[in-house]
Each structure stands twice: as structure tokens, then as C-alpha cells.
Design a protein around this ligand. Structure first.
Ligand code: PLP
Length: 384
């Protein structure tokens, strides 16, 4: 669905310094060759199955009467694909940005698996809030560089990683963490995550003999959501619903709901929707969920929004925390607080649907990492 210039409608494109042009051209050529190469596809499928434990099972949530995806962190799909591609390109070093540390840990994991060097850029604020993930990355052999610029959070880490890539493109691949950034990243990351909707579709066909009526997923940059949507985009009967982090509410400044509150802009190499102040500066965003705490959205989602093919809804911290507790109690599944945003909207939507309709919620990760923060949200102090 990408046109040759990497556009999704008016969105996407390549808004980057001249010094990066060669790197993205090289990447696009290498990716197109890899995509068409059965050996690459076979190697990636083997890694998905043998290393990342795919396919994820579609689980029928009896008590919630909803269908749910598996509970592994989806980030590994993207990272295994990119690391394999980088290796094929002769790169020996991976760099990545990370917010809460999930993508950094996934990249460090793939680098260890494939014997590559790894450097992760992380906002200094995040290195303090997510000390355990900093330890994990170092344990996996990665170097973690705290980024002091700006607000010392995810968007600053992305900027630092892009800058570093400009300085060293010969041996280094920038392993971008979501369906964002300049072309060809949004397309590459989407293709690696599309395995999610492929698995949902084939397992649902096997179990129910038909398509779902709705697919729900949380949206930060939008990689787990585009993965869950992709193979249903042409199936017009399937509602595609992206759940954004509204933080304390879309009528406050403490929000990260890009579609609900953002405007068209250019940032991090792409044209898309971004949360901005009245002067067009990227706004500081907030969500209880570090994984959704990004001021933009991937260009393909912006396009799916423009065309009306997908719907985007805001979900507050409060609603997500309630859903986090609800799914734990109801089904014995502790979802990531990111995924709980999709569960929260499912809780609103389910009563409006009829008994024979099928709703799939993508659980993008597990919630072990969030337990201490949710306890704190409820006024309880537990140590990790
Ligand atoms: C990082 C993360 C997200 C958000 O990233 P997307 O690219 O929007 O999918 C969602 N869920 C989990 C568990 C994450 O770690």
C-alpha cells in the first residue's frame, strides 16, 4: 500500500538531511532484494517460530467473550527482521532508540543472538524510571547512552539515534522501533509485524470459519496495530480500531492522543499527524504507558484515518488501569498497560455488538513490567 516514493496519501516520505539519503536508499534496495529472496523469508520464519515462539495463539476469552491474541512482546518481530536484514547488508553494529526500554531490550537481544555490536539511545529521564531495563540491555551486551537533550525522553532518543546514524552509516544499521521515521522504515516495520494479522486470520478461519467483525489494538507509533490490521485492510467488513493514549484526557495538556489532538506536521523524517503547540513545536506528551508516550503516529495510520478505513479512539489512564485489572481478574491474563488501552475500548464496544459477532484484541505485550506502577497508581508502594 506504499507508493514508490514511500507515501501513504500525503503522509510518509523522506524528510531527512542529505547525509542520510544514501543510507535510506541502500536500506530500501537491500530490503526489496531480501523481501523477494525465499532464503531470507525462510530464515526469518524460522527465527519467528523457533526463537520468538510464534505463532501466537488466538485465545477465546470465555469470561470476557472476546478473542485475544497472545502475550509476547510484539517488538521482537520487527527487531529480528531488521537484524537479519542488517546482517545481510554486511552491517556489524545495531543502534536503536528506546523509551521505556522494551525496544532497546529487544534490539540488544537480537544483537546478542546474531553476534552484533549494539548501542541504545535512551532519554536520561527514562534511564532513571526504567533502571531494570537499562540493566537488562547491559546484561545482553549493549551500551546504553543516556540522552540529555530536550525533555530527556523518547523523542529525544529518536533524534539522537538519527544523528548518530548520520555519523556512521558504513557499518551501522538504525533499528527503528515502530512504523515511523523516513521511508522505507514504516513499510519495513509493517511488513515484519504483519505476521500478527496473518496469524489472527488463519486461526480465526480455522476456528470460526469467518473474518472478525472488529480488530482492536493500542497505538503509540502504531507497529502492533498496523501488524494486527494489515491483512484485514482489504476486508471492508472488518472494523479496524486503534486505541490512543489520552493520558489525563484529550481536553488536558497531559495527553498523547495524536489523532484526537494533533495536526499535520513534519518530524523525525516523516509527514504525519503530531501533537503540537500553537507555534507548531512538538508538544511534550504524557501517558501512564511509556510505550504510547510518543507525540506522533506512523504515516500509514494517518492515511487510514484520512480515508476512514480505520478508526482511532482515545483511552485515558484511568480507563486503561481499570482494564488492566479487569482482564487480570476475568481471564488470568495480565496485559501490558499499553495493550490495556485496547482492552478498555473493547469493554465499551462489546455491549454494543451482538452475541455472534467476533472481536479480536491484540495484546501487544505482557504486564509484569507494569505491576509496580499500577500498584503506585492505586496508592500502594511495592518494591520491584
Ligand atoms: C512499545 C510498545 C507499544 C507501542 O508501540 P507500537 O509501535 O505502537 O506498537 C505497545 N505495546 C507494548 C507492549 C509495547 O512495548
Amino acid at each position: 500500500m506504499t507508493n514508490p516514493n514511500g507515501r501513504f496519501g500525503v503522509h510518509g516520505g523522506q524528510y531527512i538531511p542529505e547525509t542520510l539519503m544514501n543510507a535510506v536508499i541502500e536500506l530500501e534496495a537491500a530490503y526489496n532484494a531480501a523481501k523477494a529472496d525465499p532464503t531470507f523469508q525462510a530464515e526469518l520464519t524460522e527465527l519467528f517460530n523457533e526463537y520468538a515462539g510464534r505463532p501466537s495463539r488466538l485465545y477465546f476469552a470465555k469470561r470476557m467473550t472476546a478473542d485475544l491474541g497472545g502475550a509476547k512482546i510484539h517488538k521482537i518481530n520487527n527487531v529480528l527482521g531488521q537484524a537479519l536484514l542488517a546482517k545481510r547488508m554486511g552491517k556489524t553494529r545495531l543502534i536503536a532508540e528506546t523509551g521505556a526500554g522494551q525496544h532497546g531490550v529487544a534490539t540488544a537481544t537480537a544483537a546478542a543472538l546474531m553476534g552484533m555490536e549494539c548501542v541504545v539511545y535512551m532519554g536520561v529521564e527514562d534511564t532513571i524510571r526504567q533502571a531494570l531495563n537499562v540493566y537488562r540491555m547491559r546484561l545482553l551486551g549493549a551500551e546504553v547512552i543516556p540522552v540529555e537533550t530536550g525533555t530527556g525522553t523518547l523523542k529525544d532518543a529518536v533524534s539522537a539515534a538519527m544523528r548518530e546514524w548520520t555519523n556512521r552509516i558504513t557499518d551501522t544499521h538504525y533499528c527503528l522501533g515502530s512504523v515511523m521515521g523516513p521511508h522505507p522504515f514504516p513499510t519495513i516495520v509493517r511488513d515484519f509485524q504483519a505476521v500478527i494479522s496473518q496469524e489472527i486470520k488463519s486461526q480465526l478461519m480455522e476456528k470460526e470459519g469467518r473474518l472478525p467483525d472488529a480488530v482492536l489494538a493500542c497505538v503509540g507509533g502504531g507497529s502492533n496495530a498496523i501488524g494486527a490490521f494489515y491483512h484485514f485492510i482489504e476486508d471492508k467488513s472488518v472494523r479496524l480500531i486503534g486505541c490512543e493514549a489520552a493520558g489525563r484526557g484529550v481536553d488536558t495538556f497531559e495527553t498523547a492522543a495524536t489523532i484526537a489532538t494533533g495536526r499535520l506536521g513534519i518530524f523525525h523524517g516523516m509527514k504525519s499527524y503530531f501533537c503540537q503547540d500553537e507555534y507548531g513545536q512538538i508538544a511534550p506528551v504524557y501517558s501512564i504507558s511509556a510505550g504510547l508516550d510518543y507525540p506522533g503516529i506512523g504515516p500509514e495510520h494517518a492515511w487510514l484515518h484520512d480515508t476512514g478505513r480505520a478508526e482511532y479512539v482515545p483511552v485515558t489512564d484511568d480507563e486503561a488501569v481499570n482494564a488492566f485489572e479487569y482482564l487480570s481478574r476475568m481471564e488470568g491474563i495480565i496485559p501490558a498497560i499499553e495493550s490495556a488501552h485496547a482492552v478498555a475500548h473493547a469493554m465499551k464496544l462489546a455491549p454494543t455488538m451482538s452475541r455472534d459477532q467476533i472481536m479480536v484484541i491484540n495484546i501487544s505485550g505482557r504486564g509484569d513490567k507494569d505491576c509496580a506502577a499500577i500498584a503506585r497508581y492505586r496508592g500502594e508502594n511495592i518494591s520491584e
